[in-house]
Design a protein around this ligand. Structure first.
Ligand SMILES: [Zn+2]
Length: 255
């Protein structure tokens, strides 16, 4: 079985002590490849340390996370633009809008999100999208930028069935992680009718560990638990889940 964790922050300090074991456990659970979204200019060096240590397994994205958008957004965007010009990234991410923590910079969040989507189109790269309490704003921005040339994944999908359908209609994939396994999250029902060709698996490590590890540190090996849950939801085998979602990720990210 071959799985891809399409979203993991393995460069987090939470993995400093045992990263090699985390990567090894992932491989033992079928997760041979792991995609690493950037957060902001402070995480880029750590991200590259991991990619350089595991070049066959870990692949870098570049972008500024909406929670890192503040008064220094201009310098952060210059950093992203400079890094993307190096041509070494598989995607623009993670980018998006987060209105859960703080709405102070909502205007700047939207502007930075739309700018980074434009760069993704210019460079023909997919986007990895972060959406928290912001479906309406995300959909409005994507609709503005989408001209058929934008592709990507709405990572850590937590919406309802209508929002899943809208995501697909806008030309995006749906990234499923630990929340799918949470009782009463509603995500299983929301994605029941989403075509398998539009689904990717992820962990968002170190956050949002799936059941039965909910609340603990998440790691890429647990992608398998998400695959198992999705197999149950879709009533197909885990082998099929693995082969379809892996093919989806290879196609979307040009792996
Ligand atoms: Zn993330």
């Amino acid at each position: 079985m071959h799985l891809i964790d399409t979203h993991a922050h393995l460069y987090s300090e939470q993995f400093d002590a045992d990263l090699s074991e985390v990567i090894e456990r992932a491989a033992q659970n079928g997760v041979q490849r792991i995609l690493l979204p950037n957060v902001d200019s402070n995480s880029t060096e750590r991200l590259w340390n991991v990619v350089n240590a595991y070049p066959e397994r870990c692949f870098p994205m570049m972008g500024i996370h909406p929670c890192s958008v503040n008064e220094s957004i201009a310098a952060e965007l210059r950093h992203v633009e400079t890094e993307l010009a190096k041509g070494k990234y598989i995607a623009v991410g993670e980018i998006g809008i987060d209105l859960f923590w703080d709405k102070t910079y909502i205007k700047e969040q939207i502007a930075a999100f739309e700018q980074q989507m434009e760069w993704a189109k210019e460079l023909n790269l997919p986007i990895a999208l972060h959406c928290r309490d912001s479906f309406d704003e995300i959909f409005a921005s994507v609709e503005k930028v989408q001209d058929g040339g934008l592709r990507g994944v709405l990572h850590c999908f937590t919406g309802n069935e209508a929002q899943a359908k809208r995501t697909i209609d806008l030309g995006l994939h749906i990234g499923l992680g630990g929340v799918l396994t949470f009782k009463n999250s509603g995500v299983a029902d929301a994605v029941k009718n989403v075509p398998m060709e539009k689904i990717l698996l992820e962990t968002d490590s170190p956050y949002l560990a799936p059941t039965p590890f909910r609340g603990k540190r998440n790691e890429s090996a647990y992608t398998k638990l998400v695959a198992e849950k999705l197999a149950e939801v879709k009533e197909i085998s885990i082998e099929e889940i693995a082969s379809i979602t892996t093919a989806n990720a290879e196609r979307l990210f040009n792996l």
